[in-house]
Design a protein around this ligand. Sequence first.
Ligand SMILES: [Fe+2]
Length: 283
Amino acid sequence: MEEWEDFLKVRYPEEQSKGFKAIDPNKKKEQFRNYEADARPSVREFYRLNHHHQTYDFVQAKKKDFLALNRRKMSIWEAMEYLNTLVDDSDPDTDLSQLEHLLQTAEQMRKDGQPRWFILTGLIHDLGKILCLYGEPQWAVVGDTFPVGCAWSDKIVFHQFFKDNPDAQNPKLQTQVGPYSENCGLDNVHMSWGHDEYLYHVVKDYLPTEALYMIRYHSFYPAHREGEYNYLMNDQDRAMFEWVRRFNPYDLYTKNHEKPDVAKLRPFYDELIAEYFPASLRW
Ligand SMILES: [Fe+2]
């Protein structure tokens, strides 16, 4: 999991992202391919599995299974503590727990004077990773997300691995719009399955639209960093992606080794959570 995030930082380094444009005409395809060539074997293998197995039917099956939200009933803080039981062996050099990382992201937003709902979104945005604790493989939890059922953008990293995806053999699932229609809006588009979509469904009744976009599309790098799939978006999507872009630097670059003081911060976050969420949610 950490390796995927580290690889994102290699592809989208912090210095270059200051004032980045979603559609960067100067970005060369070769540059992208170099990241692939230099990627660790485990990262390569992660994308190979992801691109092979994330089919249109796979997404429908996972939605049917997980979006009934009948696995657990937990408060937001309980979900944070639950996620905290996840040990990520792929990152031996971080000494921060999942919960500390969430707090660190939120604290950075707070320091920058972001609105309360924005800080709350920072706090919870990765809670969907509890999918790992249900036994889901990493490639079905994290990774760049992309629409399924239509042609894959060639700006999706490791695009070549889609050749082994069974949908590649179905011409109906290979047209530009697939089962969708032009500018139909992303809400009508099925995205590859992972922690973004799952958490969106858990929290969708409780947060402002901007926050929901940040949660649902924060791993949709092909759109928010590469400017792809504009033809599936409607005007609301385009406006709301400004918020997804505003969120992204916090997601990618906040990590440092300064441990947040959980006990000291807890009262502030308890109050913030209670402002938006009921005492228990269905997961
Ligand atoms: Fe995430």
